[in-house]
Design a protein around this ligand. Structure first.
Ligand code: DGY
Length: 319
């Protein structure tokens, strides 16, 4: 019997590749850049399974050409790069990698919150530029973190993990979510708020909601104008959840105090991107889950999902 064919769109942990190889012919895109669209389309035509990254667009065009395709295992918890209804219509399984990246992503969210609140990257640039001439009582003064109020938008697993960290900092924790989460309220002492109330009360707003048609640009001009002038906005979900022009204006006009951004509407951002010109922005190149251990676990989970489907079983973490 001929083995199924799997295309892996980036070099991932060899343990994961070996695991898929026990059940399939595996081809890996070896270059350290996303696989060009035309090659991806050709590979998809031959594939029973695709192991994709968030950089690959799995849309109607790709799916209509991928006649043999049974599973797309996205190595990310987010799956806004995939047209899920179009895949389901064709009986193609879509999977993601929840849980394994929760703690690493929460760590990064908290690191951004702290870096933006305490001006860490700005202070580092100041030092490197030789500008430190003397100690001063106001030099690079930032905002308190301890005993302030955190507002989490999108209270899923990562939100809860951020809240656990915030508890250690004595923070009051507010959250807004599509539906109320009594378990989270009990577990981490988070209090539910309508979005506007959360924005008015929070010193730190952390955006964790997935990007869907309902959440696209859900934070814009009006929302930023509700926030405190001393507040910090952190985005570790997807750039598309925020109106970036409104965020830029809010930062320039000091409607909010700073931002920590790991994600952008269009990635990668060029070095002359407007956000990168602002001292009160800490910007990172979408590294939320980027630890060696986590990326290994994500690859292994994506591999387990592919193999399960190819062996006729239910995927481990279906979308
Ligand atoms: C995800 O998993 O969705 C992250 O954004 C990728 O690290």
């Amino acid at each position: 019997m001929t083995k199924p064919v799997v295309f892996v769109t980036r070099q991932v942990a060899s343990e994961a590749i070996e695991y898929v190889k026990e059940a399939a012919e595996v081809e890996v895109w070896e270059e350290d850049r996303p696989c060009p669209r035309e090659i991806l389309l050709q590979k998809a035509e031959q594939a029973d399974g695709l192991l994709t990254m968030l950089t690959e667009r799995v849309d109607e065009e790709l799916l209509s050409r991928a006649r043999k395709l049974k599973v797309v295992a996205n190595m990310a918890v987010g799956y806004d790069n995939i047209d899920v209804p179009a895949a389901k219509k064709r009986g193609i399984h879509i999977t993601n990698t929840p849980d394994v990246l929760t703690e690493a992503t929460a760590d990064l969210a908290f690191a951004l919150l702290m870096a933006a609140g305490r001006r860490i990257t700005e202070a580092n640039r100041f030092l490197l530029a030789g500008e430190w001439k003397s100690w001063s009582p106001t030099l690079l003064a930032g905002q308190n973190i301890y005993h302030t109020t955190l507002g989490i938008i999108g209270m899923g697993r990562i939100g809860e993990a951020v809240a656990r960290r915030a508890k250690g900092f004595g923070m009051r924790i507010l959250y807004h979510n599509r539906r109320r989460r009594p378990e989270a309220e009990l577990e981490v002492g988070a209090q539910y708020r309508e979005l506007d109330d959360l924005l008015r009360q929070a010193d730190y707003v952390v955006m964790l909601t997935p990007l869907t048609p309902d959440t696209a640009k859900m934070i814009g001009e009006r929302e930023f104008s509700l926030m405190k002038p001393t507040s910090v906005f952190v985005n570790v979900s997807r750039g598309g959840t925020v109106d970036e022009e409104a965020l830029y204006r809010a930062l320039v006009e000091k409607k909010i105090w700073a931002a920590g951004l790991d994600v952008f509407q269009k990635e990668p951002v060029p070095p002359d991107h407007p956000f990168l010109t602002l001292p009160n922005v800490v910007a990172l190149p979408h590294i939320g889950s980027a630890t060696y251990q986590t990326r290994m676990e994500m690859a292994k989970l994506a591999a387990a999902n592919i193999r399960a489907v190819l062996e006729g079983k239910e995927p481990v973490t279906p979308v």
